[in-house]
Design a protein around this ligand. Structure first.
Ligand code: NIG
Ligand code: FE
Length: 409
């Protein structure tokens, strides 16, 4: 048994059994001041105020020294397995080319596919693990990782095997997603490529059980809603749950297609209009916003404020990838959600914890402080309140991160 003592603010407490927060509930979180937290066998085994802490004999004790404790970040959208980097395109963008223009010239995703094709599985794993360590140190405890820089069957399988190896060798909870339909692979027409995804890739990914989720980049210039539905339905036959890229570049019908297919989340939404947003009412689909992408691409931000005001829940994720968001810093994403999307700090923290866990199908075990939940938590340095976390938008406030009660790095 481990006891963490002298916690200034224990935040994210929830024993209600809810799996996500929506609308006005997003501004609420369970809080205890001057608290302790008990962890047993990797799970939360008790908590309360310090004046009620009895009998810590025989327990390992950690002193939080007046820091705050909250659930570790649940980053429900990343592409952290990739080879090399794309800072050349960063300069192209500064010189005025748009993301879509760079993609049309064969840069973008196809550029990463080329780099990945020429890299061994071991080297890809090594590079990806550097990023995993980086986000772990910044407080991410659960992470979804997508394929999608393979764009042919061998390279997609290579990526998914690297994701599996990461999940077997790091203490973060890793959720794998098959994103074969990220762009049309070199040498295929779009029709040929969609056939390849549906008839060759999905059955092999399914047979090897390499992915829990299936994703499609449903957007102008990439895959249409009709392609998306076909691919998602093929994935579902192998037990892969839809979770898609929608309405990043244009309101192109991705939200409607995702909700119709029972997607667990629809992600990006920078260009979502009211018509698309209406499909989310009453749906089990979690709209997921990626403020780091808008920041880096200098694009409009998704209307997360409007979604919450209309009663929806929202998740915040990083989108860590080499093209549109070379950062997996969830604290910065939370700050951007506050500063650029006008979320309250508690709303943004809920979006990056409990709602992120929901968007990965993990909220029964992660994303909140509750009895029996996995003890993936952040212990901060001494800060005055949890509002300070997004406010101090570049200050490192993470003192320790525990994964099922244990430190990793
Ligand atoms: O989520 N939008 C599509 N995919 C990624 C970007 C991928 C890339 O540029 O490498 C995203 O932003
Ligand atoms: Fe993405």
């Amino acid at each position: 048994m481990l006891i963490i003592k002298n916690i200034h603010t224990l935040a994210g407490i929830d024993e209600s059994g809810r799996t996500r927060r929506q609308g006005k509930d997003m501004a609420e979180t369970g809080i205890l001041y001057d608290a302790y937290l008990k962890i047993d066998d990797g799970r939360i085994a008790g908590y309360g105020t310090m004046d009620n802490l009895v009998n810590d004999e025989g327990c390992e004790v950690t002193d939080a020294e007046g820091g705050c404790v909250l659930p570790a970040w649940c980053d429900s959208h990343t592409h952290i397995v990739y080879g090399g980097s794309r800072e050349g395109e960063f300069v192209d963008k500064i010189n005025g080319l748009s993301y879509a223009e760079i993609a049309r010239r064969g840069g973008g995703i196809l550029n990463s596919a080329e780099l990945l094709h020429n890299m061994s599985e071991d080297e890809l794993y090594r590079q990806a693990m550097c990023r995993v360590r980086e986000i772990a140190a910044k407080g991410t405890g659960c992470v979804e990782i997508k394929s999608g820089y393979g764009l042919n069957i061998d390279d997609e399988l290579k990526m998914l095997r690297v994701i599996r190896r990461i999940s077997e060798t790091c203490p973060l909870r890793v959720v794998p997603t098959f994103l074969g339909a990220h762009a049309v692979g070199r040498g295929y027409t779009k029709e040929e490529y969609v056939d390849e995804v549906v008839c060759e890739m999905i059955p092999e990914v399914g047979r090897e059980r390499l992915a829990d989720f299936i994703d499609v980049f449903c957007d102008d210039g990439f895959f249409t809603p009709a392609d998306t539905v076909r691919i998602l339905e093929a994935g579902e036959k192998w037990g892969m749950v839809p979770k898609i890229h929608a309405d990043e570049l244009a309101a192109s019908g991705g939200v409607e297609a995702g909700v119709r297919c029972g997607a667990l989340s629809v992600d990006h939404l920078e260009s979502m209009d009211d018509r698309e947003m209406a499909f989310l009412n009453g749906a089990s689909t979690m709209p997921t916003v990626l403020p780091g992408t808008s920041f880096f691409l200098n694009m409009p931000y998704a209307n997360a404020r409007g979604m919450i005001d209309s009663g929806l829940g929202v998740a915040v994720a990083s989108d860590y990838n080499p093209g549109s968001t070379p950062s997996g810093d969830m604290k910065f994403a939370v700050s951007l959600a506050c500063i650029k999307m006008r979320l309250l700090p508690v709303e943004a923290i809920n979006a990056a914890t409990v709602n992120g866990a929901y968007a990965m199908g993990l909220s029964n075990e992660y994303g909140t402080i509750g009895m029996g939940k996995r003890a993936n938590i952040i212990i901060t340095s001494q800060i005055p309140s949890i509002n300070y976390i997004p406010y101090a938008y570049t200050s490192p406030i993470v003192k320790k991160v525990l994964f099922e009660g244990k430190e990793w790095i």
